[in-house]
Design a protein around this ligand. Structure first.
Ligand code: GN1
Ligand code: MG
Length: 370
C-alpha cells in the first residue's frame, strides 16, 4: 500500500457516509483506463465492509460530469424495470452533497459496493457460463430499449465510429510522432486492406438501415461480475460508455474478448483465434435475450459486427503504440503492439470462419423466433 494513495482514499471516503474505519486497499489491475481500488473497512472489530473506489481517467473521459449523469439515468431506468431474476447493474453512492461523484484535486472519484462473492474473469473456462453472459448483455440492451436516447450524452464522441477510427489511425501513421511506423509496415497493410470492411456498418447506420440503440459499448467478459459459487452473472459493470450505438458492436466486442482462444494481449500468435464453442454459447444467450427487439438486418450483420469491432480495437491499440501509449495503460514494453497484433490475428481468423459464424446466428435466430 502506498501511504499517499491511502490518504487520498481516506479523503474521498470522508465525503461519504460509510460505516467504520478505512483499513486497507488493493489496487485492481484489470482495466486499461480508470484507476480502481478495492477498499476494506473495519466496522468496530468486525464485520468488514468492502467498497470499490474508482478514479475516472480524465485524459480519456474529458467530461466526467456527463459520464456520471448518464450512469444515474441508466441505473434509475434499469433498476425500475428489472426483475429479481435479471443480472444487476452497478450504481454509485451519493456523497454528502447528494452527488454520485466526488471531485478531489480536479479528479473525479466514485464509490460503490463491492459485490460480495463475485469474480471477474479474463477468460471463460467453462463455455456454458458464456451463454448466461450473452443473455445478460442482450437483456441489458433490452432493459434500456425504451430509454429515450436524447437523455444520454455521448461520453466519448465517435467512440465506435469505425470509419473515423480508420481515418484517425492513418493520420497517426502519417504523423508517426515517435518514428515507429517503419517497424509495423506489415500491420499497417492489414488496415489498408480492410479499411472498407471496417466502415460498412457505420455506412449502413447512416443510410438508416441499422438503428441506433442504447448500448453498453464495452462488453468485455470481465465487465460482468460472476457469482464465485454458481458462475452466474451477478452485475454488469463499467457503464462509462453506455450511449447510443449499434447492437452488433456489443455482441461483437464480447465475442472479441470471450471467444478468443487466447487472452487479449497474447504475444504467441499461434495461440490466437476464434473459439467456435465459446462463440456459439455466447451467441445463443445473446440472441435469446434480444431476439424480439432486434431487426432482421441487425441479426444479419452480427457476425460482421464481431469482425469490425476487432479491427477497430486492433487499430486503436496500434495507434496508441505509435503515439507512445497515452491511452491504454501498458504493463510491459510494446504491450499495445502485442495487443494490436493479437486482434489482427483474431480478426483474420474470424474472416476465415465468417460463414460458420453466420450460420450459428441464423440457426439460433430461427430457433428463438416467435
Ligand atoms: C478499455 O477500461 P476497459 O479496460 O474496460 C476501452 C475499451 C476497449 C478495452 C480493450 C473507454 O476498456 O474501449 O475495448 O479497453 N475503454 C475505453 O480491452 O476506451
Ligand atoms: Mg471500460
Amino acid at each position: 500500500m502506498n501511504a499517499q494513495t491511502l490518504e487520498t482514499l481516506k479523503t474521498v471516503s470522508a465525503q461519504y457516509e460509510l460505516p467504520g474505519t478505512l483499513l486497507e486497499y488493493a489496487h485492481c489491475n484489470n482495466g486499461h483506463i480508470n484507476d480502481t481500488y478495492h477498499v476494506k473497512y473495519l466496522n468496530g472489530d468486525e464485520p468488514v465492509d468492502e467498497y470499490i473506489f474508482q478514479k475516472i481517467n480524465g485524459f480519456v473521459f474529458k467530461e466526467p460530469l456527463k459520464v456520471m449523469g448518464n450512469i444515474k439515468e441508466i441505473t434509475t431506468h434499469v433498476k425500475a424495470r428489472k426483475s429479481t431474476a435479471d443480472c444487476d447493474i452497478i450504481s454509485y453512492f451519493d456523497n454528502r452533497e447528494g452527488r454520485n461523484f466526488t471531485v478531489l484535486e480536479g479528479n473525479y472519484w466514485r464509490v460503490c459496493h463491492y459485490v460480495r462473492n463475485s469474480v471477474s474473469h479474463e477468460t471463460a473456462e467453462d463455455p456454458k457460463v458464456l451463454r448466461s453472459a450473452g443473455y445478460a448483455f442482450g437483456r441489458f440492451q433490452q432493459l434500456l430499449s425504451d430509454l429515450p436516447m436524447d437523455r444520454l450524452h455521448d461520453t466519448i464522441p465517435d467512440f465506435h465510429n469505425t470509419r473515423k477510427r480508420m481515418d484517425d489511425f492513418f493520420e497517426m501513421v502519417d504523423r508517426d510522432p515517435l518514428g515507429k511506423a517503419k517497424e509495423v509496415t506489415e500491420d499497417i497493410r492489414f488496415f489498408a486492406r480492410n479499411r472498407e470492411i471496417a466502415s460498412k456498418l457505420i455506412c449502413m447506420q447512416e443510410a438508416g438501415e441499422l438503428p441506433l440503440r442504447v448500448t453498453h459499448n464495452d462488453t468485455k467478459y470481465n465487465n460482468i461480475l460472476m457469482d464465485k459459487t454458481t458462475c452466474e452473472p451477478l452485475c454488469v459493470i463499467d457503464l462509462d460508455t453506455v450511449m447510443p450505438g449499434l447492437s452488433m458492436y456489443d455482441f461483437g466486442d464480447a465475442i472479441r474478448f470471450a471467444a478468443n482462444t487466447a487472452v487479449e494481449d497474447e504475444a504467441d500468435l499461434s495461440k490466437v483465434g476464434l473459439n467456435m464453442v465459446n462463440y456459439e454459447e455466447f451467441t445463443r444467450g445473446f440472441i435469446l435475450a434480444s431476439r424480439d427487439f432486434l431487426s432482421e438486418k441487425e441479426i444479419e450483420n452480427m457476425a460482421l459486427g464481431a469482425i469490425v469491432i476487432t479491427i477497430e480495437l486492433a487499430s486503436r491499440f496500434l495507434a496508441d503504440h505509435l503515439d507512445g501509449d497515452k491511452y491504454f495503460r501498458i504493463h510491459r514494453p510494446n504491450h499495445n503492439l502485442e495487443r494490436a497484433r493479437c486482434q489482427i490475428k483474431l480478426a483474420q481468423d474470424m474472416m476465415l470462419k465468417f460463414d460458420a459464424m453466420h450460420k450459428v446466428i441464423e440457426e439460433t435466430a430461427m430457433m428463438t423466433a416467435i
